[in-house]
Design a protein around this ligand. Structure first.
Ligand SMILES: NC(=O)c1ccc[n+]([C@@H]2O[C@H](COP(=O)([O-])OP(=O)(O)OC[C@H]3O[C@@H](n4cnc5c(N)ncnc54)[C@H](O)[C@@H]3O)[C@@H](O)[C@H]2O)c1
Length: 236
């Protein structure tokens, strides 16, 4: 396992994943729709990517594999959140959230399949507790993450014969641009922390450590699994 392609690499979770995988000695291809804050360097390339576009996904996978000589890990961390109820969500918004969070991961997985089969590599996607805990104000996001979790299981089943493991992590709330609005709301924070037995948001470093574990040879027997990082939120 030597080269990782990370989508959503400019985000808070993507940056933490890049730091953890870089510290583990991997070469990195950092991809995002915004390159702000992404620096190329020794063993690190940066790529502008739109996961809603087939050509962009194919081009970034090719460029990353060519630049580093191989590709052994795809991390799907690109994502968007829209905090709206079912009736507030119009169909175009619903489709866009699914296009980024679910179809985007599928596009990237298909684009990377041949390279990952060559390297006997793996995929780790960032799902969410929204995949299995119903929340009232994020309909499209919840549906997209439920789809992403099941995509993980289906790809794991289909691609095991190609030597590709496919797993996901499912955190509850993590401090990032995606959650700065709700984490600035004292009512949300007290309600949410009361629902999390360990009483704290999930650190980006903990998400990154889970990704690094699932990508490592220590997890060589693990595929199709969703590692939940929720401080016990789903226990009650
Ligand atoms: N923050 C949380 O509480 C939380 C919890 C569970 C899961 N997640 C998931 O973790 C992942 C990372 O989120 P984050 O918290 O770091 O948020 P973030 O907003 O900091 O990062 C998301 C990144 O995705 C990129 N992106 C958005 N649309 C894209 C597109 N079409 N093509 C390429 N890149 C695109 C953005 O530019 C951004 O850099 C997301 O999939 C998110 O759903 C976040």
């Amino acid at each position: 396992m030597t080269t990782a392609l990370i989508t959503g690499a400019a985000g808070a979770i993507g940056q933490a994943i890049a730091a953890a995988l870089g510290a583990a000695g991997m070469r990195l291809a950092l991809a995002d729709s915004s390159l702000a804050g992404l620096d190329a360097g020794e063993g690190i390339t940066t790529h502008r990517l739109d996961v809603t576009d087939d050509d962009s996904c194919n081009a970034v996978v090719s460029a990353a594999a060519q630049a580093h000589g191989e590709l052994s890990l795809l991390v799907n961390a690109a994502g968007i959140m829209v905090r709206r109820t079912a009736l507030e969500t119009d169909v175009a918004t619903f489709q866009h959230v699914l296009d980024v969070n679910l179809t985007g991961a599928y596009r990237m997985a298909k684009a990377a399949h041949a390279a990952l089969a060559d390297s006997r590599g793996s995929i780790v996607s960032i799902s969410s507790t929204h995949a299995f805990l119903a929340a009232k104000n994020s309909l499209a996001y919840g549906v997209s993450k439920a789809g992403l979790s099941h995509l993980t299981r289906l790809l794991a089943l289909e691609w095991a014969a190609d030597g590709i493991r496919v797993n996901a992590v499912a955190p509850t709330v993590v401090p990032s641009a995606m959650t700065e609005d709700v984490l600035a709301d004292p009512a949300y924070v007290s309600r949410k922390m009361a629902a999390i037995p360990l009483g704290a948001p999930i650190a980006t470093e903990h998400v990154a450590a889970a990704v690094a574990y699932l990508a490592s040879s220590a997890a060589a027997s693990t595929t199709g699994q969703i590692l939940v990082l929720d401080g016990g939120e789903s226990l009650a």
